[in-house]
Design a binder for this molecule. Structure first.
Ligand SMILES: *Cc1c(COP(=O)(O)O)cnc(C)c1O
Length: 359
């Protein structure tokens, strides 16, 4: 089979999804499966739905439209604020969108009214990570205005931590989200269906006994796909961390000196401030794999045991192997990080295959 390719174990993905849906279900928390790192790969999304994931979250309307065309019927959540230029498509294809701008809410409402639809909105609250979200002090007037727009359905509040500054969900910021939810319900005499506490970064806090409070919804990507939490990249107990692997092929294998020679300048992919690459240990075999920056984020690859990644450029991954020597045509399996997976899924050069059954 051709390389590079992603080997996708749907059974393991099913297990990860089922395990988290059940584990969180005991705490009254529903799961939206976030498939953006796979570009909404329909086989994976179907696997999640079969495992009990009740809705799918995607950052791009193009992907939501494609999933709709593939016959998927679970509700779709646009997890990035809609662009004003795309509100028609958002209202037509996403049941719910995450929002933090009044101008967008107004445009969604006008479009939904025109289309004769009611569009669900989750208002995102800024709780410290400094990415999307309304500042808590500004929330009340936005809620008031949203409630005055009959073509919108206010689904509740959400927050997103961990993605910009790596701020961890903790007792303080999670209690704040619950408090804001309860305060708004009192102020406006209503019941908000969702309190969306965050993403995979919330799992360590919950596993350590964090009190969910009002939180009854999470949007999970990395934990379902890679079995890891994003803040420390630690494996989540009971989940597969090898549900998706990246396979690359050796195109050169030679004994070479451990030290480069000649005068040194920058390399194409080094930052101007990066230190020169250190020399390798003597006496190890070097190999080139047909895999590079155009296929994957090389910094996010975990190599097989005994293999060390020495560097990468657009099309080559340079590795050293200590033990058994690699030969031309050999395949090597790598574990991708979230960023490596995202780029591999985005690259037109990386194939995909589904490995079912035990292997
Ligand atoms: C990407 C994203 C998620 C999923 O994050 P994971 O860390 O993969 O679980 C959830 N919510 C929003 C708003 C996102 O952008």
């Amino acid at each position: 089979m051709s390389a590079p390719r992603l080997e996708i174990h749907l059974e393991r993905l099913h297990h990860n999804a089922r395990t988290l849906v059940e584990r969180l279900g005991h705490q009254g928390i529903a799961v939206t499966g976030v498939s953006k790192a796979t570009l909404g790969l329909v086989e994976i999304v179907r696997t999640w739905v079969a495992a009990g994931v009740g809705s799918i979250g995607e950052a791009r309307i193009e992907t939501i439209e494609a999933l709709g065309r593939s016959g998927l019927t679970v509700p779709m959540l646009l997890i990035r604020s809609p662009m004003l230029s795309q509100v028609e498509r958002v209202v037509a294809h996403a049941a719910i969108s995450c929002n933090s701008e009044l101008a967008v809410l107004e445009a969604l409402a006008a479009t939904a009214a025109q289309q004769g639809l009611r569009h669900g909105v989750l208002l995102m609250v800024e709780l410290g990570d400094l990415r999307e979200g309304i500042m808590p002090v500004d929330l009340e007037p936005v809620v008031q205005r949203t409630l005055a727009l009959p073509s919108l359905r206010l689904m509740g509040l959400g927050t997103n931590l961990g993605c910009q500054h790596g701020i961890a969900p903790d007792a303080t910021n999670m209690a704040e989200l619950s408090r804001l939810t309860t305060a708004l319900e009192r102020r406006f005499a209503l019941r908000l269906p969702w309190c969306s506490g965050g993403n995979s970064a919330n799992l360590p806090w919950l596993a350590a006994g964090g009190d969910p409070g009002r939180i009854n919804h999470l949007r999970l990507g990395e934990a379902l796909l890679l079995g890891r939490e994003p803040l420390g990249r630690t494996a989540i107990p009971g989940l597969y961390t090898n549900a998706i692997t990246l396979v690359a092929e050796v195109i050169e294998a030679k004994a070479k000196p451990s030290q480069a020679w000649g005068e040194r300048g920058l390399t194409s992919f080094a930052s101007p401030t990066a230190a020169a690459q250190p020399d390798g240990p003597p006496g190890v075999q070097r190999a080139l794999l047909a895999l590079g920056e155009q296929d994957v984020d090389p910094a996010g690859l975990t190599p097989p045991v005994g293999v060390t990644i020495r560097g990468a450029s657009s099309d080559h991954l340079v590795v050293e192997s200590a033990g058994s020597s690699l030969r031309v045509g050999d395949e090597q399996h790598f574990q991708p990080s979230y960023s490596a997976l995202l780029r591999a899924m985005t690259s037109p050069f990386v194939g995909r295959c589904f490995v079912d059954g035990p292997c």
